[in-house]
Design a protein around this ligand. Structure first.
Ligand code: PLP
Length: 486
């Protein structure tokens, strides 16, 4: 290092000098002292690195960091690392954005039960120890028709526990068309291996018949497992065995019929679909396949058809907290309740509270109070009205936008063919600015996550709450103005 560079570095102020400045001192009235100290250290370290790297002569004035810079750094240090965002993607169960937003009733239960003590594992009548699985029993029996149940951390845990508890060391027959991978790391063959059960593939990729299962049955077979094709679909020359048929054949042979349902709808829509209105605006249709989304079986239907165990997620179509629900016969659930893995997979009281609040809404015939249910069943006319409001509010902010008809997605690895029409607001942008404006939306104080499709930046109103429209309009206007045109 040259002598000159050394003197430059030595002229950097001490941490205590910077902290002694009245404006910096004043910051500690509002921000924790550790954050202000850390901010000063980080800023000085950055300046030191810059001095060492840069060949240019620094000006003396730059050497006392501006209090505003320190404040900004300190605020970033104390800002919550988990932040609320606005989902403008139109993907209702966006796994990266936390899947299902909770219903007010679920949040009320979390506040009430999480903020104090509760009878989590305590029987109030006898004053003796109880099971945390017990309190939700009655409501789950009513909604699923299954006499027994267990709640675990998520559906992956539900499948793992079921296979470990009922099939370890024995064969489980699965159709080759159902060896699914769900986003991330859930793959049926891998979970099967981890559980100690032995996977026996039957049938072919596109067609599996009852005779395929029957001819594979051996002394060591424990169960037939059906896995819902949650995140993909098969079309063309395809065949699968219905759960009713599979359960009947399993029982005739003393075997179990298990069903990994994944998304787990408790009830199907009571609303009739709207008639398609005429549209004179641009429509961005990302599939054009015209598939009708097949009706999915509900949990109660599968139990009614004789499945011994049905497993599903709490935060997919149910719209509750992350959880896995295993429901079925007393004979099948009993060994799972005694299995040592259950202790490792059990849910905490906050999950149970939120799940209870969500299930209460289904029990009381108010599924529209569940945000994910409401978003998925929103009428196209209501969506259009919300998009028009967003467009009008953006115009008030000085931003001209267009309205386009788009397709939303269910997401969360559920109902891959269901792409309901929705409405989006899109700012007219040259293609080289689409990504920068999308990034600028993410960098707002309340980040807005928007989707790009067909070269357009879309704010799909299906997942934007009515109370968020104004925030999105303002953020959009700011983001378009803030990103330079070059
Ligand atoms: C989503 C899904 C899972 C995993 O459920 P998580 O609750 O995300 O753990 C397992 N099986 C199927 C069929 C699914 O759709």
């Amino acid at each position: 290092m040259t002598d000159e560079r050394k003197t430059q570095l030595s002229r950097l102020p001490q941490v205590t000098t910077v902290l002694g400045q009245p404006e910096v001192q004043a910051l500690t009235a509002e921000l924790p002292r550790w954050a202000v100290v850390q901010a000063v250290r980080d800023e000085l370290a950055d300046q030191r690195r810059q001095l060492q790297a840069s060949p240019t002569e620094p000006t003396e004035a730059k050497w006392l960091p501006a209090p505003a810079t320190i404040e900004q750094r300190a605020r970033e240090l104390v800002r919550s690392p988990l932040r609320r965002v606005i989902n403008a993607t139109g993907v209702v169960l966006h796994t990266n954005l936390g899947r299902a937003p909770l219903a007010k009733q679920a949040l009320r239960r979390v506040e009430e039960l999480g903020g104090g003590y509760c009878n989590l594992e305590y029987q109030l009548d006898s004053g003796t120890r109880g099971s945390r699985q017990q309190p939700l029993g009655q409501i789950l029996r009513g909604l699923t028709g299954a006499p027994a149940h267990l709640i675990v951390n998520n559906n992956a845990a539900a499948v793992l526990l079921t296979l470990a508890g009922l099939c370890a060391g024995r064969q489980v027959l699965v159709s080759r068309g159902e060896l699914v991978e769900i986003g991330g790391s859930f793959r049926i063959p891998d979970v099967m291996r981890a559980s100690g059960a032995l996977l026996c593939e039957v049938g072919t990729t596109n067609r599996t018949h009852l005779r395929d299962y029957l001819s594979a049955v051996s002394e060591s077979t424990a169960a037939f497992l059906k896995v819902h094709r949650s995140n993909f679909a098969q079309v063309g020359f395809v065949a699968e065995v219905s759960p009713a048929e599979l359960a009947k054949s399993a029982h005739e042979r003393g075997l179990l019929c298990l069903y990994d349902l994944g998304a787990g709808e408790l009830q199907t829509s009571r609303r009739r679909p709207e008639r398609e209105p005429a549209h004179d605006v641009e429509q961005l249709d990302e599939e054009g396949l015209g598939f009708a989304s097949p009706r999915e079986p509900t949990v109660a239907e599968l139990i009614g058809q004789g499945c011994d165990v049905v497993m599903f997620s709490g935060d997919k179509l149910l719209g509750g907290p992350q959880a896995g629900i295993v429901c079925g016969t007393k004979e099948a659930i009993g060994p799972l309740a005694r299995h040592p893995l259950l202790r490792a997979l059990r849910p905490d009281k906050l999950t149970l509270a939120a799940l209870l609040g969500t299930l209460e809404l289904y029990r009381d015939g108010q599924p529209e109070q569940v945000p994910a249910w409401q978003m998925l069943h929103e009428s196209e006319s209501a969506l259009r009205a919300r998009a028009e409001r967003l467009q009008a509010e953006a115009a008030q902010q000085g931003l001209v936008t267009e309205l386009v008809r788009v397709r939303s997605a269910v997401g969360g690895g559920a109902r891959p063919l269901h792409k309901p029409w929705s409405w989006a607001v899109t700012p007219p942008l040259p293609s080289d600015r689409v990504l920068t404006v999308q990034a600028a939306l993410r960098c707002q104080d309340l980040p807005v996550v928007a989707r790009i499709f067909a070269g357009r930046l879309l704010c799909d109103v299906r997942t934007i709450a009515a109370s968020e429209v104004t925030i999105v309009a303002e953020a959009l206007a700011r983001a378009v103005v803030a990103t330079p045109v070059d």
